[in-house]
Design a protein around this ligand. Structure first.
Ligand code: KIV
Length: 268
C-alpha cells in the first residue's frame, strides 16, 4: 500500500482520470490482508465470495452479515492502512431500506471498513443514494451478480446482446447518479465494459470484464491456485498453493508417522 498516502474514494476518481490502473484483491483474513497491503494492492474487498472460498458453501446465498463483519474486522486488523470494502451479503439490503442503511453502517462501525459494495443497478439506486447521503461510500456491482444465481439459473455472462449491453450502460449511469465511487463489472464482454468505462465518470473495476476497465479485482484464492475444483476463465493463477500445501501436509504426515519429526531441534 502507498505508505503515508491513504487510498480514498477520491483516489478511484483520480486514477481513472490519470489512466492509472486500480488494483483490487479480495481478502478474508488478517494474514492475507497484511500481505496484500504490503505488496501494493490499492484496495481490499472482503467479498461474500468467502461463502465459497472460506466457508465451504456452493454459492454466496447462505452468507450472513455477522460472518461478513467477522472477516472484515480480521482483514482490518491485518491491514490497518488499507482501503477496505465490505460486501453486503444476500438479503442484507433488499428486504427494507432502513435495514439496508443500518447494515451498511455496521461495516464501517463494527469492522472498520471504508466502504460497502452492493450488487444491482437501477433497482438499488435509491438505496445507494440514501447510504451516500448518510456518509457511507458505496461501490456498485453489475453484470454477472452471484447473489442472483438461483433466479438466473447459473453464472451467466451479461451484455451479450445489444439490448443487454445498453441496459448495462443505463445501470452504470443510474449508479453513478446515485453517488457510487466505483462499479465492479463482472462477467461482461470486454467491448461492452469498454463502452461502460467510457460512458461513466466513476472508475470501473473488472472481474471477467476485460482489459479496458479502469482497474481489476480478483478472488485471492483464484490467483493463488488455492481452490478445490472450479477454475474460472477470468482468473490467472500466479501461484499453485494447492500443490505446495499438499506437499507440506504429506511431508508432515509422513514424518510424524516415521518419527522423524520432531527432532532435537524442535524439542525443549
Ligand atoms: O464477492 C466477491 O468476491 C465479489 C467479487 C467477485 C467482485 O463480489
Amino acid at each position: 500500500m502507498n505508505k503515508g498516502k491513504k487510498f480514498t474514494v477520491s483516489s478511484f476518481r483520480k486514477k481513472k482520470q490519470n489512466r492509472e490502473k486500480i488494483v483490487m484483491l479480495t481478502a478474508y483474513d488478517a494474514a492475507i490482508g497484511a500481505l496484500a497491503e504490503k505488496c501494493g494492492v490499492d484496495a481490499l474487498l472482503v467479498g461474500d465470495s468467502l461463502g465459497n472460498t472460506i466457508l465451504g458453501y456452493s454459492n454466496t446465498i447462505p452468507v450472513t452479515m455477522d460472518q461478513m463483519l467477522h472477516h472484515a474486522a480480521a482483514v482490518r486488523r491485518g491491514a490497518p492502512d488499507a482501503f477496505i470494502i465490505g460486501d453486503m451479503p444476500f438479503m442484507s439490503y433488499r428486504a427494507n431500506p432502513d435495514d439496508a442503511l443500518m447494515n451498511a453502517a455496521r461495516f464501517l462501525r463494527e469492522a472498520g471498513a471504508d466502504a460497502v459494495k452492493l450488487e444491482g443497478g437501477e433497482d438499488i439506486a435509491h438505496l445507494v443514494s440514501r447510504m451516500v447521503l448518510a456518509g457511507i461510500p458505496v461501490m456498485g456491482h453489475i453484470g454477472l451478480m452471484p447473489q442472483q444465481v438461483l433466479t438466473s439459473g447459473g453464472y451467466k455472462i451479461a451484455g451479450r446482446t445489444d439490448d443487454d449491453a445498453e441496459r448495462l450502460i443505463r445501470e452504470a449511469r443510474a449508479l453513478e447518479a446515485a453517488g457510487v465511487f466505483a462499479i465492479v463489472l463482472e462477467g461482461i464482454p470486454a467491448a461492452v465494459s469498454k463502452k461502460i468505462t467510457e460512458n461513466t465518470g466513476v472508475a470501473t473495476i473488472g472481474i471477467g470484464g476485460g482489459i479496458h476497465c479502469d482497474g481489476q479485482v480478483q478472488v485471492v484464492n483464484d490467483i493463488l491456485g488455492l481452490f478445490t475444483s472450479f477454475v474460472p476463465k477470468h482468473a490467472k493463477q500466479y501461484a499453485n498453493l494447492n500443490a505446495e500445501i499438499e506437499k507440506a501436509f504429506t511431508g508432515y504426515v509422513s514424518e510424524v508417522r516415521s518419527e522423524t519429526f520432531p527432532t532435537e531441534e524442535n524439542s525443549f
